[in-house]
Design a protein around this ligand. Structure first.
Ligand SMILES: [Zn+2]
Length: 136
């Protein structure tokens, strides 16, 4: 909830008048934006790895890089190497989403933010101060 509470969308209008040899020009622009507090950003849920983006990006970067190495053996090796690296990184991302992300998200869902010191904790990790007279 802290995460969502710190996000706000903004809309600002800008109007400008310009004078040039051709005459007077009036321009208007609308800027849409989303602003986020530092606290909200820090409390963001764990991000999923965008492995499809890695795959597509790596594919094209490899192709572009190969151009600089020419169409011969060097270029081919660069393409194959780039694709291999891309495939490996995408696979790592996919595995992260499959194996680690659910746990991280589950921890995030169950975690609390301490209003006093700003620490994030799981209730199971929380310590109760000793209460005088009551044996724990
Ligand atoms: Zn605290």
């Amino acid at each position: 909830m802290v995460h969502a509470g710190g996000i706000s969308s903004t809309t600002s209008h800008t109007t400008g008048i310009g004078l040039s040899r051709g005459g007077i020009g009036v321009g208007a622009a609308t800027t849409h934006g989303v602003s986020q507090t530092v606290l909200s950003a820090r409390m963001a849920p764990p991000a999923k790895h965008r492995w499809i983006r890695t795959l597509i990006g790596g594919f094209f970067v490899s192709m572009i890089l190969s151009v600089f190495f020419g169409g011969g053996t060097a270029g081919t090796l660069v393409v194959l190497g780039g694709w291999a690296l891309t495939g490996y990184l995408a696979w790592k991302g996919w595995m992260h989403n499959r194996e680690e992300h659910p746990t991280l998200l589950d921890q995030w869902t169950r975690s609390f933010l301490c209003d006093r010191c700003g620490c994030v904790f799981l209730p199971s990790q929380a310590m109760m101060p000793p209460r005088p007279g009551i044996p724990s």
